[in-house]
Write a protein that binds this ligand. Structure first.
Ligand code: OOG
Ligand code: MG
Length: 253
Protein backbone atom coordinates (compact mmCIF):
# COMPACT_ATOMS: atom_id res chain seq x y z
CA UNK A 1 0.00 0.00 0.00
CA UNK A 2 1.45 3.40 -0.87
CA UNK A 3 1.33 6.59 1.20
CA UNK A 4 -1.64 7.96 -0.72
CA UNK A 5 -3.69 4.83 0.01
CA UNK A 6 -2.80 4.98 3.70
CA UNK A 7 -3.76 8.67 3.82
CA UNK A 8 -7.12 7.70 2.31
CA UNK A 9 -7.76 5.09 5.03
CA UNK A 10 -7.00 7.62 7.78
CA UNK A 11 -9.03 10.36 6.15
CA UNK A 12 -12.04 8.04 5.81
CA UNK A 13 -11.66 6.85 9.42
CA UNK A 14 -11.80 10.48 10.58
CA UNK A 15 -14.69 11.38 8.28
CA UNK A 16 -16.78 8.38 9.25
CA UNK A 17 -15.76 8.33 12.93
CA UNK A 18 -14.74 4.69 12.61
CA UNK A 19 -11.50 3.36 14.06
CA UNK A 20 -8.95 1.54 11.93
CA UNK A 21 -6.24 -0.89 12.97
CA UNK A 22 -2.67 0.40 13.29
CA UNK A 23 -0.93 0.67 9.93
CA UNK A 24 2.77 1.49 10.31
CA UNK A 25 4.05 -1.92 11.26
CA UNK A 26 1.93 -3.80 8.73
CA UNK A 27 2.78 -1.48 5.85
CA UNK A 28 6.32 -0.77 7.05
CA UNK A 29 6.27 2.98 6.76
CA UNK A 30 8.96 5.21 8.22
CA UNK A 31 8.64 8.46 10.17
CA UNK A 32 9.41 10.35 6.97
CA UNK A 33 6.59 8.47 5.21
CA UNK A 34 4.34 9.27 8.19
CA UNK A 35 4.75 13.02 7.69
CA UNK A 36 4.16 12.52 3.97
CA UNK A 37 0.93 10.62 4.76
CA UNK A 38 -0.07 13.42 7.15
CA UNK A 39 0.37 15.99 4.35
CA UNK A 40 -1.56 13.84 1.89
CA UNK A 41 -4.45 13.50 4.33
CA UNK A 42 -4.46 17.27 4.92
CA UNK A 43 -4.54 17.77 1.13
CA UNK A 44 -7.81 15.81 1.11
CA UNK A 45 -9.27 18.21 3.68
CA UNK A 46 -8.06 21.20 1.67
CA UNK A 47 -9.66 19.71 -1.46
CA UNK A 48 -12.96 19.66 0.47
CA UNK A 49 -12.59 23.37 1.16
CA UNK A 50 -10.99 23.37 4.61
CA UNK A 51 -8.25 25.87 5.40
CA UNK A 52 -5.13 25.53 7.51
CA UNK A 53 -5.55 27.57 10.69
CA UNK A 54 -2.39 26.56 12.49
CA UNK A 55 -0.20 23.86 13.96
CA UNK A 56 0.06 21.77 17.08
CA UNK A 57 2.94 20.20 18.91
CA UNK A 58 2.53 16.87 20.64
CA UNK A 59 4.37 15.01 23.37
CA UNK A 60 6.04 18.16 24.65
CA UNK A 61 5.41 17.06 28.25
CA UNK A 62 6.36 13.95 30.19
CA UNK A 63 2.76 13.49 31.35
CA UNK A 64 1.62 13.05 27.73
CA UNK A 65 4.56 10.88 26.71
CA UNK A 66 3.93 8.55 29.60
CA UNK A 67 0.18 8.35 29.06
CA UNK A 68 0.61 7.40 25.39
CA UNK A 69 3.94 5.54 25.50
CA UNK A 70 5.49 7.72 22.77
CA UNK A 71 8.58 9.72 23.65
CA UNK A 72 9.31 11.99 20.68
CA UNK A 73 8.07 15.44 19.88
CA UNK A 74 5.58 15.42 17.00
CA UNK A 75 3.70 18.10 15.07
CA UNK A 76 0.44 18.25 13.20
CA UNK A 77 -1.80 20.61 11.25
CA UNK A 78 -5.02 22.32 12.38
CA UNK A 79 -7.85 23.33 10.04
CA UNK A 80 -10.92 25.54 10.41
CA UNK A 81 -13.15 22.47 10.54
CA UNK A 82 -11.54 21.59 13.89
CA UNK A 83 -12.16 24.95 15.51
CA UNK A 84 -14.92 25.22 18.13
CA UNK A 85 -16.21 28.44 19.65
CA UNK A 86 -15.89 28.98 23.41
CA UNK A 87 -18.89 27.46 25.21
CA UNK A 88 -20.02 25.68 22.07
CA UNK A 89 -22.03 22.52 22.58
CA UNK A 90 -20.57 19.80 20.41
CA UNK A 91 -22.11 16.46 19.47
CA UNK A 92 -19.70 13.66 20.38
CA UNK A 93 -21.11 11.39 17.67
CA UNK A 94 -18.81 13.09 15.17
CA UNK A 95 -15.78 11.46 16.83
CA UNK A 96 -14.56 7.95 17.69
CA UNK A 97 -13.27 8.14 21.29
CA UNK A 98 -12.41 11.79 21.92
CA UNK A 99 -10.28 13.04 24.78
CA UNK A 100 -9.62 16.60 25.93
CA UNK A 101 -6.43 18.15 27.23
CA UNK A 102 -5.45 21.59 28.52
CA UNK A 103 -3.21 23.63 26.24
CA UNK A 104 -1.79 27.10 25.66
CA UNK A 105 -2.31 28.71 22.25
CA UNK A 106 -0.11 31.31 20.57
CA UNK A 107 -1.05 33.68 17.76
CA UNK A 108 1.45 34.32 14.98
CA UNK A 109 1.94 38.01 14.09
CA UNK A 110 4.58 37.62 11.38
CA UNK A 111 5.31 34.75 8.96
CA UNK A 112 7.90 32.31 10.29
CA UNK A 113 10.05 30.94 7.49
CA UNK A 114 13.17 29.92 9.36
CA UNK A 115 14.31 28.41 12.61
CA UNK A 116 13.92 31.07 15.33
CA UNK A 117 15.29 31.25 18.87
CA UNK A 118 13.54 31.94 22.17
CA UNK A 119 14.75 35.55 22.30
CA UNK A 120 13.16 36.30 18.89
CA UNK A 121 9.73 34.87 19.68
CA UNK A 122 8.16 38.27 20.47
CA UNK A 123 8.88 39.40 16.89
CA UNK A 124 6.68 36.61 15.50
CA UNK A 125 4.03 36.03 18.17
CA UNK A 126 1.84 38.72 19.68
CA UNK A 127 -0.67 36.93 21.90
CA UNK A 128 -1.45 33.82 23.88
CA UNK A 129 -4.58 32.25 25.32
CA UNK A 130 -5.84 29.32 27.36
CA UNK A 131 -6.98 26.53 25.04
CA UNK A 132 -8.43 23.04 25.01
CA UNK A 133 -7.51 20.45 22.45
CA UNK A 134 -9.74 17.53 21.55
CA UNK A 135 -7.78 14.57 20.28
CA UNK A 136 -9.37 11.54 18.65
CA UNK A 137 -6.99 8.87 17.48
CA UNK A 138 -8.24 7.13 14.38
CA UNK A 139 -6.69 3.87 15.69
CA UNK A 140 -8.54 1.23 17.67
CA UNK A 141 -8.29 1.65 21.45
CA UNK A 142 -6.35 4.92 21.03
CA UNK A 143 -3.16 2.83 20.66
CA UNK A 144 -0.40 3.72 18.21
CA UNK A 145 3.31 3.88 17.45
CA UNK A 146 5.16 7.13 16.76
CA UNK A 147 4.81 6.58 12.98
CA UNK A 148 1.12 5.76 13.30
CA UNK A 149 0.22 8.86 15.31
CA UNK A 150 2.17 11.19 13.00
CA UNK A 151 0.44 9.74 9.91
CA UNK A 152 -2.87 10.32 11.72
CA UNK A 153 -2.07 14.05 11.99
CA UNK A 154 -1.25 13.56 15.67
CA UNK A 155 -4.86 12.71 16.58
CA UNK A 156 -5.91 16.31 15.79
CA UNK A 157 -9.65 16.76 15.69
CA UNK A 158 -10.76 19.86 17.62
CA UNK A 159 -9.63 22.91 19.55
CA UNK A 160 -11.11 25.90 21.30
CA UNK A 161 -9.23 29.05 22.22
CA UNK A 162 -10.08 31.56 24.98
CA UNK A 163 -9.45 35.31 25.03
CA UNK A 164 -6.10 36.43 23.66
CA UNK A 165 -3.81 38.38 25.97
CA UNK A 166 -0.49 40.11 25.33
CA UNK A 167 2.60 38.03 25.24
CA UNK A 168 4.16 40.15 28.01
CA UNK A 169 3.09 37.88 30.87
CA UNK A 170 5.69 35.38 32.11
CA UNK A 171 4.22 31.91 31.47
CA UNK A 172 7.00 29.45 32.16
CA UNK A 173 5.60 28.23 35.49
CA UNK A 174 1.84 28.66 35.77
CA UNK A 175 -0.82 26.32 37.16
CA UNK A 176 -2.94 24.72 34.44
CA UNK A 177 -5.79 22.25 34.86
CA UNK A 178 -8.59 20.35 33.15
CA UNK A 179 -12.03 20.43 34.77
CA UNK A 180 -14.98 18.26 33.89
CA UNK A 181 -18.31 19.40 35.35
CA UNK A 182 -16.37 21.76 37.64
CA UNK A 183 -14.22 19.02 39.10
CA UNK A 184 -10.45 19.21 38.58
CA UNK A 185 -9.53 16.03 36.69
CA UNK A 186 -5.97 16.85 35.63
CA UNK A 187 -3.57 19.46 36.93
CA UNK A 188 -0.04 20.48 36.13
CA UNK A 189 2.38 23.31 35.51
CA UNK A 190 3.16 25.02 32.23
CA UNK A 191 6.84 24.29 32.93
CA UNK A 192 5.94 20.67 32.07
CA UNK A 193 5.82 21.84 28.43
CA UNK A 194 9.50 21.82 27.38
CA UNK A 195 10.36 23.83 30.55
CA UNK A 196 8.63 26.80 28.94
CA UNK A 197 5.67 26.67 26.50
CA UNK A 198 7.38 29.30 24.32
CA UNK A 199 9.96 26.65 23.51
CA UNK A 200 7.26 24.86 21.48
CA UNK A 201 7.39 27.76 19.00
CA UNK A 202 11.14 27.35 18.68
CA UNK A 203 10.66 23.64 17.97
CA UNK A 204 7.86 24.28 15.48
CA UNK A 205 9.96 26.86 13.60
CA UNK A 206 12.77 24.33 13.31
CA UNK A 207 10.51 21.49 12.11
CA UNK A 208 8.39 23.61 9.77
CA UNK A 209 11.35 25.31 8.10
CA UNK A 210 13.02 21.93 7.63
CA UNK A 211 9.82 20.68 5.96
CA UNK A 212 9.62 23.82 3.80
CA UNK A 213 6.40 24.95 5.45
CA UNK A 214 5.69 28.56 6.36
CA UNK A 215 3.91 29.31 9.65
CA UNK A 216 1.76 32.25 8.61
CA UNK A 217 0.64 35.44 10.26
CA UNK A 218 -2.77 34.93 11.88
CA UNK A 219 -2.29 31.19 12.38
CA UNK A 220 -2.36 29.61 15.83
CA UNK A 221 -0.02 27.17 17.52
CA UNK A 222 -0.95 24.76 20.30
CA UNK A 223 2.07 24.17 22.54
CA UNK A 224 1.17 20.62 23.61
CA UNK A 225 -0.67 19.46 26.71
CA UNK A 226 0.89 19.93 30.12
CA UNK A 227 -1.13 17.05 31.61
CA UNK A 228 -2.55 13.74 30.47
CA UNK A 229 -5.79 13.83 28.46
CA UNK A 230 -9.21 12.64 29.69
CA UNK A 231 -11.96 10.82 27.80
CA UNK A 232 -15.12 12.77 27.04
CA UNK A 233 -18.70 11.70 27.60
CA UNK A 234 -21.97 13.29 26.61
CA UNK A 235 -23.48 16.12 28.69
CA UNK A 236 -20.22 17.37 30.14
CA UNK A 237 -18.83 20.85 30.68
CA UNK A 238 -15.11 20.81 29.88
CA UNK A 239 -12.92 23.67 31.01
CA UNK A 240 -9.30 24.60 31.46
CA UNK A 241 -8.11 27.27 33.85
CA UNK A 242 -4.65 28.68 33.38
CA UNK A 243 -3.18 30.96 36.04
CA UNK A 244 -2.88 34.55 34.72
CA UNK A 245 -4.34 33.61 31.31
CA UNK A 246 -7.91 32.79 32.30
CA UNK A 247 -10.21 30.00 31.19
CA UNK A 248 -12.05 28.53 28.25
CA UNK A 249 -14.66 25.81 27.98
CA UNK A 250 -17.02 23.84 25.75
CA UNK A 251 -19.88 21.41 26.30
CA UNK A 252 -20.68 17.97 24.97
CA UNK A 253 -23.97 16.39 23.96
C1 OOG B 1 -1.30 12.52 20.22
C2 OOG B 1 -1.38 14.00 20.34
C3 OOG B 1 -0.50 14.57 21.42
C4 OOG B 1 -0.17 16.64 22.91
O1 OOG B 1 -0.61 17.74 23.26
O2 OOG B 1 0.78 16.11 23.46
C5 OOG B 1 -0.86 15.97 21.76
C6 OOG B 1 -2.22 11.80 21.20
O3 OOG B 1 -1.99 11.86 22.41
O4 OOG B 1 -3.15 11.13 20.71
O5 OOG B 1 -1.72 16.59 21.19
MG1 MG C 1 -2.39 18.34 22.32
Amino acid sequence: MNNEEIAEILDQAAKNATATQQLAEKHEFTLEDAYDIQRLSIDKRLARGEEITGFKLGFTSRAKMEQMGVHDLIWGILTNEMELQPQEEVNLDRWIHPRAEPEIAFRISKDIEESISLKDIHKYVDAMAPALEIIDSRYENFKFSLEDVVADNCSSTGYVIGDWIDLNTEISDLNIDLRINNEVIQEGKTSAILNNPLQSLVELSRLASKAGIKVKKGQVVLAGAATAASYLEKNQHIETQVEKLGKVSFKTK
